[in-house]
Design a protein around this ligand. Structure first.
Ligand code: HEC
Ligand code: HEC
Ligand code: HEC
Length: 163
């Protein structure tokens, strides 16, 4: 049997050794650094809803979309990117701190959206070059068609007058 006094000493030593470690780890648990959205804008829903629901909002039946041109998504990925692209990289997924990547790295979520979709806002947010994936060829054809349709349908944005 270990004498009680020794047990107490051992216990206090353990506390002394462990306490700083615990304090450190709770104080230093890395939180995702989420870059702020474009100033003066409002999200399509409140932040709590967005954190919870954005995967559902963005869902589309990929094969239907790519092959059939059916767009089932409730929200626009282009719009997300327009507001959430980093001022530094111009992208939502170029650096670890960029909007979409910041949380996903933290929560170990992997998305393959950017194999087809551009990560930067541009007149054609659909990436013109789709180098990988089984649907790459079809996606590229569709993107090309959409680009032509878009060019015919939407006028160029008016130039902002210089002050
Ligand atoms: C018009 C600009 C705009 C658009 C479009 C937009 N957002 Fe936001 N988003 C914001 C702003 C501003 C915030 C900061 C929270 C707020 O609303 O006060 C935000 C917050 C968020 C948050 C919460 C971030 C946090 O700090 O926890 C998520 C997640 C999010 N947006 C995802 C999206 C997704 C996904 C889309 C596309 C479906 C999207 N947003 C479209 C402007 C936008
Ligand atoms: C506030 C943190 C946060 C931000 C910012 C964020 N996400 Fe997410 N995202 C998550 C979490 C957590 C999950 C997994 C939970 C879930 O599926 O409900 C997820 C899941 C997803 C999924 C589903 C993945 C799958 O395989 O089911 C998609 C698609 C997605 N996010 C797209 C985006 C896009 C695009 C952006 C940037 C516009 C973005 N997210 C920004 C936290 C975030
Ligand atoms: C194989 C290529 C491919 C992949 C991968 C892909 N998409 Fe798409 N997506 C398309 C095509 C093609 C369209 C239709 C073109 C358009 O409307 O810009 C589209 C359209 C969309 C739209 C509606 C148009 C808009 O406003 O952006 C959303 C939202 C969207 N995709 C979200 C996602 C998300 C989220 C992921 C990842 C989970 C994803 N896509 C992965 C090909 C793809």
């Amino acid at each position: 049997m270990v004498p009680p006094v020794l047990r107490t000493v051992a216990a206090s030593l353990l506390v002394l050794v462990i306490a700083p470690v615990l304090a450190q780890s709770s104080g230093r648990t890395p939180k995702p650094v989420i870059e702020p959205a474009k100033p003066g804008t409002q999200c399509v829903a409140d932040p709590a809803t967005m954190r919870r629901e954005h995967p559902r909002m963005l869902e589309h039946q990929r094969d239907d979309t790519v092959h059939g041109g059916i767009r089932g998504a409730k929200a626009s990925l282009k719009a997300c990117i327009a507001c959430h692209a980093s001022p530094a990289t111009g992208s939502v997924a170029a650096a670890d701190t960029n909007f979409c990547v910041s949380c996903h790295t933290y929560t170990a979520v992997r998305i393959d959206c950017f194999e087809c979709h551009a990560t930067k806002p541009s007149p054609t947010a659909f990436h013109p070059v789709v180098p990988t994936g089984p649907n790459a060829a079809a996606a590229m054809r569709l993107a090309q068609q959409l680009k032509q349709m878009g060019a015919a349908a939407t006028p160029e944005p008016a130039a902002v007058p210089q002050q």
